[in-house]
Design a protein around this ligand. Structure first.
Ligand code: PXL
Length: 276
């Protein structure tokens, strides 16, 4: 089996089933050694809770990575998610250079916005830094809002295939390599992802539930990374991650008290089976 040492850089939301509390178990279940670098510690995620605490760990990162360098520790893949500050993005780009094993795979989920809006912690200075990280990475997983912010392409809630095609052209022109564009839906019944690799663009669609769930972007990206690093093609990894995320939503939907995340743990065996 392909056993990879991955570094994932994202926040710890102590409660809320997103970022590291999702990435670590999913990547481990996918069979990879998963090293972590927390970008910040929050009492909860920022979507739907109020009065959450935040400790930005930007200051700690240079010493942590200097220690890894001294120990000769490097990673076969680096996967970034929700980051703590614009300044921290510079340090993360440095990790791509200093802690990368030969042929290291760099994957950026530019987790900063959804539904046409930036998350509360971020501003356009953060977006500008995120562009430099995203266009350096080998693979990015933006949703439509994030892809618009990365390119300046106008955000639209209602769109057609020509709009998505123009958005993908803009990403490519800006320097994006492989792109997994998430949350692409052309009708009420289905949603899906577009996988763009060079000149190839393929769409994978599946059932859509009217109400989205928090944290599914992180579940999706983590399952994608786990599958891709197990040697699946980008399209197959995108499909496996989409089917898994859909199952997470299905097991969570009957319990309205579980509004803050998805019960991804309950369907990990299905992800493991899909990776066989
Ligand atoms: O799921 C993305 C995410 C990660 N981390 C924090 C968040 C969010 C989305 O709102 O608030 C802290």
């Amino acid at each position: 089996m392909d056993y990879k040492r991955i570094l994932t850089v994202q926040d710890i939301s102590c409660v809320g089933q997103c970022s590291l509390t999702v990435a670590l178990p999913i990547l481990s279940a996918a069979g990879h050694e998963t090293c972590i670098l927390p970008s910040a510690v929050l009492s909860t995620h920022t979507a739907g809770f109020s009065g959450y605490t935040v400790r930005d760990l930007t200051e700690d990162i240079p010493a942590i990575t200097a220690h890894w360098q001294k120990e000769g520790i490097c990673f076969e893949a680096v996967y970034t998610g929700y980051l703590g500050s614009a300044e921290q993005i510079r340090d993360v780009k440095e990790i791509f250079r200093t802690c990368a094993a030969e042929n290291c795979v760099t994957i950026v989920d530019p987790a900063m916005a959804d539904n046409g809006k930036l998350y509360p912690a971020f501003d356009m200075a953060f977006v500008d830094q995120m562009k430099t990280l995203a266009f350096e990475a080998q693979l990015i997983l933006p949703n439509i809002t994030e892809a618009c912010l990365l390119t300046g392409y106008p955000y639209r809630e209602i769109y057609d295939e020509a709009y998505i095609s123009g958005l993908l052209d803009s990403l490519r022109a800006a320097g994006a390599k492989t792109v997994i564009l998430t949350g692409v839906s052309y009708n009420e019944q289905t949603t899906g992802v577009v996988v763009m690799e060079g000149d190839s663009r393929r769409y994978y669609a599946h059932k859509r539930y009217a109400k989205g769930c928090h944290g599914t972007g992180d579940v999706y990206a983590s399952a994608f990374v786990g599958a891709f690093l197990r040697g699946k093609t980008a399209y197959d990894a995108a499909r496996i991650a989409a089917d898994y995320t859909l199952r997470c939503i299905e097991v969570t939907r009957p319990d309205p008290s579980h509004w803050y995340g998805v019960k991804f743990e309950a369907v990990l065996p299905e992800l493991i089976e899909a990776l066989r």
